[in-house]
Design a protein around this ligand. Structure first.
Ligand SMILES: Nc1ccn([C@@H]2O[C@H](COP(=O)(O)OP(=O)(O)OP(=O)(O)O)[C@@H](O)[C@H]2O)c(=O)n1
Ligand SMILES: C[C@](O)(CO)[C@H](O)COP(=O)(O)O
Length: 224
């Protein structure tokens, strides 16, 4: 196995959760969402450094959680307006540019260690890879007023972590900034930068907690 760094982005507003505060602090079972996510990495010996990207207004509460749950090796930095801006702030704080860097949503608390390790192994060969799962619904596209059905065999739902060699993803972010290009994930930046990104089959349990219904599902998952 190879050591790696992880940048965990948690500097969103959680608007779709509509909880009146950043969803990262909502409880899933006995622990806050972000603590589940952080522990997935603090418990992994291969993880050398954790950069947690947070809102300035959440910093004190985040530090409180780090003390309360005795979470080691975490560096805290402030995020930006969009997810992509927050990731870039995280990348700037990485200590060792020679390690592969994983980028993970704070809002995905159930990532599995075996999937993380498979991803890290893949980055050693391919430089850019992400966890994803085959789409299980039939997906329709409304284009110019005409409904079309996409070929499901070619569709994958992107998850995080997404992993890269450090130089590649830093340069891809800087090119995107220069071009004013914003995407909803980091793999899209590597793709637009001309790199082949490979897929590592993830787990359907690795959900992103976005809406109140997701929070209910997550609570049922930890209580099962
Ligand atoms: N400016 C931003 C926006 C998002 N994120 C993080 O990116 C992850 C994925 O984003 P999403 O689930 O969309 O979270 P929010 O942006 O918080 O939710 P919403 O879009 O509903 O406001 C989350 O862990 C979120 O905290 C971030 O660090 N900085
Ligand atoms: C990166 C991501 O988790 C891939 O599924 C997702 O795109 C981030 O969430 P957002 O709602 O698109 O900001």
């Amino acid at each position: 196995m190879t050591n790696y760094t992880v940048v965990i982005v948690a500097a969103g507003q959680g608007k779709r959760m509509n909880a009146g505060r950043n969803k990262q602090f909502l409880m899933i079972g006995e622990r806050p969402l972000i603590v589940h996510t952080l522990q997935a990495f603090t418990k992994d010996k291969e993880c050398r450094e954790i950069i947690l990207v947070t809102n300035e207004s959440d910093e004190e509460d985040m530090r409180g959680l780090m003390n309360r749950y005795k979470l080691p090796k975490i560096k805290l930095v402030h995020g930006g307006k969009e997810r992509q801006d927050s990731v870039y702030q995280g990348l700037l704080a990485v200590s060792d540019p020679h390690l592969p860097v994983l980028i993970h949503d704070g809002a995905r608390p159930f990532v599995k260690k075996e999937n993380v390790h498979e991803l890290v192994k893949r980055i050693q060969e391919d430089q850019a890879a992400l966890l994803a799962v085959p789409v299980t619904d039939t997906v329709k596209q409304m284009k110019d007023g005409k409904l079309q059905t996409l070929n499901r065999d070619q569709l994958w739902a992107a998850q995080t972590p997404q992993g890269f060699s450090y130089d590649l993803i830093k340069r891809a972010h800087e090119k995107a900034q220069k071009d004013g290009f914003y995407a909803t994930d980091d793999a899209a930046l590597a793709e637009s930068f001309g790199y082949d990104v490979s897929i590592v089959h993830g787990s359907y349990d690795n959900i992103k907690i976005t809406t109140p219904e997701d929070l209910q599902k997550a609570t049922a998952y930890v209580n099962k």
